[in-house]
Design a protein around this ligand. Structure first.
Ligand SMILES: NCc1[nH]cc(CCC(=O)O)c1CC(=O)O
Length: 306
């Protein structure tokens, strides 16, 4: 099927991961609808700043420039890593589709599995969630903050500057670097970030034509799972830099959710699971987070308000 209408303009960050995953979504859309899609590169604040992510303070550093382009009508839709989307919705935009998620887990890239790295080995990750959970497994390793895209981080292992790095499996797989993985962490070892491995397709809230067209990309079980995960994060009032993990999966009409808050030294954890109906994903996540707050999760995150 071909059409003579103008191609849809898909706004994407310029990193290899962003362009690769945007291209995957574009191809799938063309396959399903016959519409041509062209990629439009957009530079975001998160791509140009040299500050450490945990110090940026605000959320959405990778997202706001793309949203501005949607509102200005310069692009028709955008694809984000769902993990990078702030939990607070933007009323100007619609999260029109959440495509099927492949693998939410974290992975180690290095010469050996975590248990077999030598004492004092340098492991690159700036994520407090990863550091906290890795410290619980290997308190004797040195965890080094790293910034930059996946390529840059892998390069530091190749150059010998780091012994290993921890990255999202999904990202490594998308950029074709999964052969370098020495260990994929089970959710029991390292609970993934809410939304990790999932993509978000967004358009302007007033584009009803696109809301219908792009809706074909949506996978309801993935949407239910990430809705529950993000409800945990929102209820804990935590951002993407908090030591909070959440992972949900839909299995035979049941939504299973596990969430954890870990102290950054890795010694204390509040971890809980719950099961509910996929249609009540938001409520399940909120209730689980409220129960975690009752067990001191707020204190573990260094908050005074709970
Ligand atoms: N914070 C950056 C970011 N956002 C999404 C991914 C990975 C891909 C994904 O979760 O879909 C990454 C890099 C990483 O954590 O390794």
């Amino acid at each position: 099927m071909t059409s003579d209408v103008a191609p849809l303009r898909l706004g994407t960050r310029r990193s290899l991961l962003a362009t690769t995953q945007s291209k995957m979504v574009a191809d799938r859309l063309t396959e399903l609808t016959g519409r041509a899609v062209e990629l439009v590169g957009v530079t975001t604040f998160g791509d140009v700043t040299r500050a450490h992510l945990a110090q940026l303070g605000g959320t959405g550093v990778f997202v706001s420039a793309l949203r501005d382009k949607l509102i200005e009508g310069e692009i028709d839709f955008a694809v984000h890593s769902l993990k990078d989307l702030p939990t607070k919705p933007d009323p100007r935009t619609t999260l029109v589709a959440i495509p099927p998620r492949h693998d939410p887990r974290d992975a180690l890239v290095g010469p050996a599995k975590l248990a077999d790295l030598p004492e004092g080995a340098k492991v690159g990750t700036g994520s407090p969630r990863r550091v906290a959970q890795l410290r619980a497994l290997r308190p004797d390793l040195e965890y080094v903050p790293v910034r930059g895209n996946a390529d840059t981080r892998l390069g530091k292992v190749h150059a010998g500057e780091l012994d290993a790095v921890v990255l999202a499996y999904a990202g490594l797989w998308r950029i074709g670097k999964d052969a370098e993985i020495s260990q994929v962490f089970e959710a029991e070892e390292v609970l993934p970030a809410p939304g990790q491995g999932a993509l978000a397709v967004e358009c302007s809230a007033d584009r009803e034509d696109l809301i219908e067209l792009l809706g074909v990309l949506d996978d309801p079980p993935t949407r239910a799972a990430v809705t529950a995960e993000r409800a945990v994060l929102a209820t804990l009032q935590a951002g993407c830099a908090a030591p909070v993990g959440a992972f949900a999966v839909v299995h035979e009409q049941e939504l299973n959710l596990t969430a954890a808050v870990v102290s950054v030294d890795g010694t204390r954890t509040v971890r809980k699971s719950a099961t509910g109906h996929p249609a009540a994903a938001m409520e399940l996540g909120r209730a689980l987070a409220a129960a975690m707050i009752d067990e001191g999760a707020g204190t573990l995150m260094g908050e005074q308000t709970h």
